[in-house]
Ligand binder design. Structure first.
Ligand code: SF4
Length: 278
């Protein structure tokens, strides 16, 4: 079985609510897909396929023409997605939102002038004393001088200044992984918010990423201690209305089921076991 790893999303889950983290990562309770999440998946698929085309063919029309085939491809793997919509009219309205987001992309970047080095790159790397990090990076661009830019597409709106550090958590996470893997820190992190046409950027340096790594290691120790205790507290927040686990959350009157022992032991595999004598 594939070794467990910590991803930026799972780390954020734990920060938001340890009980939600437990249900999602340890017990792996089923969650129904939400139209907004599937919309994000479809827009990402379209933008990824767009770069399969020769540079001069990457027009807005060509991207919009990719929406229907990519939707058909998603549905062939997950036909249950159609149950998210009550009527054909709802599907059409939802697809119109997808097309609007794809069109917004063309107000922000010119894909005919871009040649991504990598798309949907899977990165896995150990940090600290053997903690495995894993993540998929939407796009990696490399300039002729070797400078690296990490780009991530978001289908929502950009956050207010107060929440931008939280938004950049994921990008710093990716930057840390690439830095540890390649030995050179990416020079720019860029979040492309298709919902409102704004971009959030950060140019990290090594001291910044060192501090970030120390924070991830401290977070992992907290996760490990919580897993060993078996007590995952529920943390109510403004994000609870979007949580799939209200029925098993004490904040909403639900009863917490026993934790999966196999899930706990998988999770503890995120940190490589010390070799004897090591
Ligand atoms: S509903 Fe809120 S408090 Fe309960 S598990 Fe979900 S995020 Fe945590």
């Amino acid at each position: 079985m594939r070794r467990a790893a910590i991803s930026a999303s799972r780390a954020k889950d734990f920060k938001q609510c340890p009980l939600m983290f437990r249900y999602r990562t340890i017990d792996r309770l089923a969650e129904s897909p939400r139209p907004e999440a599937v919309r994000g998946t479809l827009v990402h698929a379209v933008l990824e396929r767009l770069f399969d085309l020769p540079a001069h063919d990457r027009t807005e029309g060509a991207a919009l023409n990719l929406v229907d085939p990519q939707w058909a491809s998603l549905l062939s793997g997950q036909p249950e997605l159609l149950t998210l919509f009550a009527t054909e009219v709802e599907v059409d309205a939802w697809l119109a939102q997808v097309r609007a987001l794809v069109s917004n992309y063309f107000r922000m970047e010119n894909p005919r002038r871009l040649e991504p080095a990598e798309r949907e790159r899977l990165v896995e790397v150990e940090i600290g004393d053997g903690i495995l990090l894993r993540g998929y990076i939407d796009r990696v661009d490399r300039a002729l001088n070797g400078a690296t830019r990490i780009v991530d597409y978001k289908t929502g709106k950009s956050p207010s200044e107060r929440f931008s550090a939280d938004a950049l958590f994921q990008m710093r996470f990716y930057a840390l992984m690439l830095w540890r893997l390649e030995g050179v820190a990416p020079s720019r992190l860029q979040l492309v918010y298709l919902g409102d046409g704004r971009t959030l950027t950060l140019d990290p340096d090594e001291p910044d990423l060192e501090r970030f790594q120390a924070g991830v290691e401290a977070l992992w120790r907290q996760i490990e201690e919580t897993a060993l205790s078996g007590e995952f507290p529920a943390r109510r927040s403004a994000l609870c209305p979007w949580c799939s686990f209200q029925a098993v959350c004490p904040v909403f009157g639900g009863e917490v089921p026993p934790v999966s022992p196999e899930g706990i032991s998988d999770l503890l595999g995120v940190r490589r076991a010390a070799t004897p004598g090591g």
